[in-house]
Structures are given as C-alpha cells and as structure tokens.
Ligand binder design. Structure first.
Ligand code: DGL
Length: 274
C-alpha cells in the first residue's frame, strides 16, 4: 500500500479555476521531476464573491477529491481558499502537509519592499478575511496595510484583456480607491491568482513601486517542505501533469493556456465531480 511518504506520489494543487495555473507553472519550473495533479473547481468559480462558509466547504470538497489521487502534499493555489480555509484543510489532511499562498506572498513582499506600506489587491472575500493584513503585521507590527478588492481584474484576466486602455483605466480606478493622502504603497501584493497576468500593466502605472506575487515563493516553500519531509521525487525524467476541472473543459483549456504559458486542448483536461 502507498503512503503519502512515497516520493513518486503527485503534488496536488487546487484553485477555484484556472488562476492557480500561475502557481502550478512556478512549481513545475522549480521542481520539474515532480508529478502534479491540478484541480480547478470551475463549476463553482468564482470563490472570491462567496461567503466564508461556502468557500470553506468547496475547498474541503476539492481537497477530498485530490486525496483520491494519493497526493503527498497539497498546495492551495487560490488566495481566497487559502485565506478562508487553510487551517481547516491542514487539520483535514494531516499528516499530509498543506501549503497556502498567503504566507509565501507576504514573505516575498517583505523581502522585496523598500518601505512598510503594503497594498494588497485581492478578491472581495480575501479582503474581508484580512489574512494578508494579519500575516504582514505578524512580521512587522508597524506596517501600514490596505487591502483593495478588485473583482473586475479577475474578469479582465480571464478575458485576456490584460493590457491596453481598458485594463489600464480599471487598474487606475482601483488604485485611486485604495490610495489617498494618508496612504501610498511602497509595495503591491498581487493577492489573487489571476493578477500576475496584469503585472506589466500594474507596474507601468505604479512605476518604482515593487509588485510581487506568491507563485515563485510558494514553489520555494513546496521545495523546502518536500525536503524536510523527505518526500522529494527521486525521478530523473520530467514529471507528469494531470489536469482536472469540475466544469467546462473547453473553456478551461482555452483560458488556462494563458495562465500556464502553454497551449492546452479540452482533451488535456478531465472532467470530475466533487
Ligand atoms: N483564485 C481566486 C483567488 O486567488 C480568484 C478567482 C476566484 O474568485 O475564485 O483568490
């Protein structure tokens, strides 16, 4: 019988949809020999506008599904699910390690920031839950943090309208909402899996302000965790990738390709029920 300490078992990654593929891409680059199973809960996307109870219950069901694939570690590649349910999922899956994206995102921001004012761009639920503020204040009690919900940026990223005057005006409008005479960000945290696709647009507007996301630092935490648990793959060949979605495999493939940086077809994606 396999246990989660078998090094050839896959890493499970889940998100509400295709956004978490930005994190999956970073994990693949960091750990090319690992087998990966990705689940996008596209039937219930978006999580970002839902109640905490619903997000928690969806996240638990997605985790239960991935457990069927004998995963050795779970990455919650969704900021909203990480903010709402990381503790619940860690308890639920123990002793299998569970990694969220909020803490690695904050680590990246603290390391890169030239000052102590942080602006977090995220979904409505992530902002409501305040997980980023808590994680930043845990490291720097005097930090100034603002969290701005930017629901329209999720739609822009899915539509592929990540640059040009529409994206530019919408980003400017959100920044206007977030910043005022009393608050000017030294760094901006992209606290939503979709927002790395808008990084260039955001950076062009804010100039010298540091813009960070959690993908690369999350991948580094996955590496550290595999090492400390002695479950890093011994394989020499490239790892396999299994993509699962709860709805719309065609749309998943069409939009997901932009997030993964590789073209996909519906045949690459398997439909599953939770
Ligand atoms: N994946 C979600 C996040 O990172 C964004 C999309 C959604 O609202 O479900 O917060």
């Amino acid at each position: 019988m396999t246990t989660h300490t078998d090094t050839s078992l896959p890493i499970g990654v889940f998100d509400s949809g295709v956004g978490g593929l930005t994190v999956l891409k970073a994990i693949r680059e960091e750990l090319p020999n690992e087998n990966l199973v990705y689940l996008g809960d596209t039937a219930r996307l978006p999580y970002g506008t839902k109640s905490t109870a619903s997000i928690e219950s969806y996240a638990k069901q997605a985790t239960k599904k991935l457990r069927e694939y004998n995963i050795k570690i779970l990455v919650v590649a969704c900021n909203t699910a990480s903010a709402a349910a990381i503790d619940t999922l860690q308890q639920y899956l123990a002793p299998i390690p569970v990694i969220g994206v909020v803490e690695p995102g904050v680590e990246a921001a603290i390391t890169a920031s030239m000052g102590d004012s942080y602006l977090v761009l995220a979904t409505e639920a992530t902002v409501r839950l305040g997980a980023y503020s808590r994680a930043i204040k845990k490291r720097d009690l005097n930090a100034k943090v603002r969290e701005q919900s930017c629901e329209m940026l999720v739609a822009l990223a899915e539509e592929g309208w990540t640059s040009g005057h529409i994206a530019d005006s919408i980003v400017r409008r959100y920044l206007l909402e977030a910043e005022d005479k009393t608050f000017k960000a030294d760094s901006i945290i992209l606290g939503c899996t979709h927002f790395p696709l808008l990084r260039d647009t955001i950076s062009n507007i804010v100039g010298d302000v540091v813009v960070v996301d959690s993908a690369v630092t999350t991948a580094a935490v996955v590496r550290e965790t595999l090492t400390s648990h002695k479950i890093m793959s011994m394989g020499k060949q490239s790892g396999t990738l299994k993509l699962l979605a709860t709805d719309g495999t065609q749309r998943f493939a069409r939009i997901g390709g932009n997030f993964l940086g590789q073209s996909l077809t519906a045949q690459n994606v398997q439909l599953v029920d939770l």
